[in-house]
Write a protein that binds this ligand. Structure first.
Ligand SMILES: Nc1nc2c(ncn2[C@@H]2O[C@H](COP(=O)(O)OP(=O)(O)OP(=O)(O)O)[C@@H](O)[C@H]2O)c(=O)[nH]1
Ligand SMILES: [Mg+2]
Ligand SMILES: [Zn+2]
Length: 313
C-alpha cells in the first residue's frame, strides 16, 4: 500500500519533469526569479514550495502558465556555489554554476590584502578560477601604478591573472573581455569599486538592470541589490553582484584552509607534525619556506588570520 502510493508520487513527479522545460535563473528577488528559456525569452517565475531557494545562475525546470509568467518545478544540481555568511552568520548562496571569480579592487575605495586573499581562498575551495581586476586605473599615476603592480606581482607569480582596467579610459577592457569569454564569471568586491560600471562598459547596448532592482543611496549612487546574470556577445556569462563591506569565508575545517594557498602545496606533508597548523610549531616546512622567502610573509599572515577567524566562530 505504502509502496504503491510512493510509486504514484514518483510517476507524478516524472510527469512534471517531462513537461517542464529547462531554464536559467538570471536574477532572483523576493519570491520572484527571472527565468530565461532556450530562446532567450525571460519569464517571471515563482518557485514551487519545498524547493530550495533559487539563486542567480541556477538551472531549473519550469512551466509557463501564461505568456510572461511561470512556475519553477525543480532546481537542477549545482556544479559550484559561491556562498557568503549573512549578518546572522547564516550561509547564503550568492550564485551558482560559475567557474571564474573576478575579484575587483581599486584604490578608491581602497582594498585590503586580507580580503583579496579570502576571496582567492574561496575561489580555490570551490574550484573556480580567480581573476584579479584593478579597476579605476585612471586614478593611478605611473608611479603608483608601478608600485601596485609590484605588490600584486606575488599573485601573478602564483599564476593568478591580473588586469588593470578603467571604465573611464577603457584601459584594459579588451584584455578583461578576453578573460571572460566562454566562462561564467562573477564580479565580486567592495561596494563602489565599479563592478556594474565594468558590466555596462562591456555591454554598452544592454540596459544594466539597476533601475527597479537598485536603490539610490544617500550618496546618490546606484548600489546593486540583486545578483544578475548577463550574456556576453561572443560567449560567456557575467554575473554582477552587490558589493560587500567585507568578505568572510564560510566555515571550513582548518586543514582545508591551507589548500586554498597554492604556494603551500609543495610543503604540506613535510612538517614534523602531521597535524601541523603552520603557526609556531617546530619543524614546520611552511614557516621555513616563508623564512627563506619562498612564501610571502604577508600571505602566511592572511592564512593565520583565516585560521583565527575559524577558531573564534
Ligand atoms: N575614476 C573611475 N571611476 C569609476 C570607474 N568605474 C566606475 N567608477 C565610478 O565608481 C562609482 C561606483 O561604481 P559602480 O559601478 O556603481 O560600483 P559597484 O562596484 O557596482 O558598486 P555596488 O553595486 O555598490 O557594489 C561610480 O561613481 C562610477 O562612476 C573607473 O574606471 N574610474
Ligand atoms: Mg553595482
Ligand atoms: Zn607546518
Amino acid at each position: 500500500m505504502v509502496r504503491r502510493r510512493q510509486q504514484t508520487r514518483t510517476s507524478t513527479k516524472e510527469n512534471e519533469r517531462n513537461t517542464g522545460q529547462q531554464g536559467l535563473v538570471l536574477a532572483h528577488f523576493g519570491q520572484i526569479s527571472l527565468v530565461e528559456d532556450a530562446q532567450g525569452e525571460v519569464f517571471r517565475c515563482v518557485t514551487r514550495k519545498k524547493l530550495p531557494r533559487t539563486v542567480c545562475g541556477d538551472r531549473v525546470l519550469w512551466q509557463a502558465n501564461n505568456p510572461r509568467e511561470g512556475v519553477i518545478i525543480d532546481v537542477l544540481e549545482r556544479q559550484t556555489t559561491l556562498v557568503r555568511p549573512d549578518h546572522n552568520n547564516r550561509l547564503r548562496p550568492v550564485a551558482a554554476n560559475l567557474d571564474q571569480i573576478v575579484i575587483v579592487i581599486a584604490t578608491r575605495p581602497s582594498f585590503e590584502y586580507g580580503m583579496l586573499d579570502r576571496y582567492l581562498v574561496a575561489a580555490e575551495l570551490i574550484g573556480a578560477t580567480p581573476l584579479i581586476v584593478v579597476n579605476k586605473s585612471d586614478l593611478l599615476d605611473a608611479q603608483s601604478r608601478a608600485k601596485l603592480q609590484q605588490r600584486l606581482g606575488v599573485y601573478q607569480a602564483l599564476g593568478y591573472a591580473l588586469v588593470f582596467t578603467s571604465t573611464r579610459t577603457t584601459d584594459g577592457l579588451k584584455d578583461l573581455h578576453r578573460h571572460l569569454k566562454s566562462h561564467t564569471s562573477i564580479l565580486v568586491g567592495l561596494s563602489g569599486v565599479g563592478k556594474s560600471s565594468l558590466v555596462q562598459a562591456l555591454l554598452p547596448e544592454t540596459e544594466i538592470r539597476t533601475g527597479s532592482l537598485s536603490r539610490v543611496t544617500g550618496l546618490g549612487r546606484h548600489t546593486t541589490t540583486a545578483t544578475t546574470l548577463y550574456h556576453l556577445p561572443d560567449g560567456g556569462d557575467l554575473i554582477d553582484s552587490p558589493g560587500v563591506r567585507d568578505f568572510t569565508l564560510w566555515p571550513v575545517p582548518v586543514e582545508t584552509i591551507a589548500s586554498g594557498f597554492p604556494e603551500f602545496s609543495p610543503y604540506l606533508g613535510q612538517c614534523r607534525f602531521h597535524n601541523c597548523r603552520h603557526l609556531s610549531e617546530p619543524g614546520c616546512a611552511v614557516q621555513d619556506a616563508a623564512r627563506k622567502g619562498l612564501i610571502s610573509e604577508r600571505r602566511l599572515e592572511s592564512y593565520h588570520e583565516l585560521l583565527e577567524s575559524m577558531d573564534s566562530r
